[in-house]
Design a protein around this ligand. Sequence first.
Ligand code: MN
Length: 451
Amino acid sequence: MSQQKQLSLLNKADEACKVLKKHLNQGNIVRIISHNDADGLSAAGIVANAITQEGGQFHLTIVPRLKHKFIQKLAQEKYKIYFFCDMGSAYLEPISIIKKDVIIADHHRPIDYQISNNIKHVNPHLFGLNGSKEISASGVAYLIVRCLEKKSLVGLALSGAFGDMQYFNGFLGPNQMILEEGLNANTVEIHQDLKIVSKNEEPLYKSIAYTFNPILPGLSGSLEDSMAFLEKIGISYGIKFSDLGNEEKDILKDELIKINPEIFGDVYSNPKERPSLKNIEDLSDILDACGKNKKYGLAIGICLGEKSNALEVAFDLQRKYRENLIKGLNWIKKEGSQVLENIQYIYTEDKLRKSMLGSLSSISLSLEILEPQKPLLALARMDNQVKVSARTTMNMINQGVDLGKSLKDASQSCGGTGGGHDIAAGAMIPYKEMDNFMSLVDEITSYQLEK
Ligand SMILES: [Mn+2]
């Protein structure tokens, strides 16, 4: 059954690939539009790489979200082929004004809309597959360029899946199929190791404090506690993990496993990548940091294997981002959240915090800085609008919570827009409707929990 679903998705992707191939053969420039998070940037990186390898050209724009005005502008451009990644499925109607060939590689819940034949809409939900868990936009983009034999791009496909939190001690469905393809082609390797970040880049105490996936209770998010922990077990905290002796690595491993056994496990790497980008989760983190700093060109440059000082610039961005993340977590530790009956929220007008609210929310719940039993809405004021990022836990989803649905319905009745996945969703609402919006989400969540 699920094999059949996967096959239908592959067939649809293949249809889109044929359209792409046709335009590449005709020498047409591909107009790529993608999302600014790790998944969207990985997806754009896959398409851009595939086109470059085929000797073609592209014009790429990264945006935080699709807007009607932007689509209208695109429709007036002279391109013959448009390629949307990580967005588009909720905008089928506005996109329909583009009368050229259009490919949509998305994994967000699509709206019900009859599209005409010039649009190749590739989305796992259309075939009964789960776009929150089984494949992300980078995976869909990979499946689309697959007919051009692009197994070298499996690492990027998985980087997007990691970015969209689709790793559950393993991959599911199409993600797993893509992984196996990479393993067979030797473009991905799995080995057992400590799953701490930036092992070749950062002093050990930072590698530990900046590790949030899996979480290390008492250490993640705290430089001081990580330092104290290393001092206690007799390992110098200023050294990089990669420079530790084997004996020290073993001691560290044993001690970290006591804190969270999941810290030792499968590490995914791309053997053909530059050393500091071999680890696919690290790559995903770096793309995420570029995206959050609006350095989209840098992110795509890294995906395309640029040799200049791009990497150093990106690492600096990542360092700053991580420092700010810790500051943000300290802010939440200090301020706490406002608690309603079924949900809780945090609100900020601070520019730095606004740029990382989604990550701050996920981490606050997993570190249990905030009560994980209540879905968390993070609200950021943008002039007379409020941007909402909502996060919850697998446990709450199993109890019925679906943030994608509640944010979609509540934002629509407040004159805003919203939607997303059950575990992570977003919305944009008028500022004056903020209280109203919150009580609606609170109420819808209560219904979801009753069912
Ligand atoms: Mn995505």
